[in-house]
Design a protein around this ligand. Structure first.
Ligand code: DAT
Ligand code: MG
Length: 138
């Protein structure tokens, strides 16, 4: 299992001021931050990031939401990073997420669900490279 995953605090959670609390929870769970930035996605960049979902009915709305405000992107390091981080964030729909998970605590809906986590080692690498150059990583 890979040692890194990629995450993004989404515009809903950033706008509500949850960035500090979410990063603290991530670090308390044993993840080390190896890259971090506050940035924005253009609609074109959001469309590319979520291209795998382009045929889904929610795609256009998702792209608009993800480009509606700042996001906080990070690369995280831990043994079994991808799987352990998916557990920490909880189910896609916060109504179905377990107690104590980041989405249960901070998300408002299945679309505005506070945080992204990569779903495979390969996607973790692709998504990390999408946001960060080599010099932006420690
Ligand atoms: P996850 O983010 O848990 O990996 P996903 O890859 O299936 O979930 O979907 C990507 C994002 O798309 C998800 O975080 C929020 C949005 N989304 C997924 N299913 C949705 C739905 N039924 N309605 C609206 N937005 C949805
Ligand atoms: Mg996904």
């Amino acid at each position: 299992m890979g040692k890194q995953t990629f995450t993004m605090i989404k515009p809903d959670a950033f706008a509500k001021g949850y960035t500090g609390a979410i990063l603290a929870k991530i670090q308390e769970a044993g993840f080390r931050i190896v890259a971090l930035k506050l940035t924005r996605l253009t609609a074109e960049k959001a469309a590319a990031f979520y291209a795998v979902h382009r045929e889904r009915p929610f795609y256009q709305s998702l792209v608009e939401f993800m480009s509606s405000g700042p996001v906080v992107a990070a690369i995280l390091e831990k043994d079994n990073a991808v799987e352990d981080f998916r557990k920490l964030i909880g189910a896609t729909d916060p109504a179905k997420a377990e107690e104590g998970t980041i989405r249960k605590l901070y998300a408002e809906s299945v679309e505005r669900n506070a945080i992204h986590g990569s779903d495979s080692d390969e996607n973790a690498r692709i998504e990390s490279d999408f946001f960060f150059s080599a010099l932006e990583r420690v």
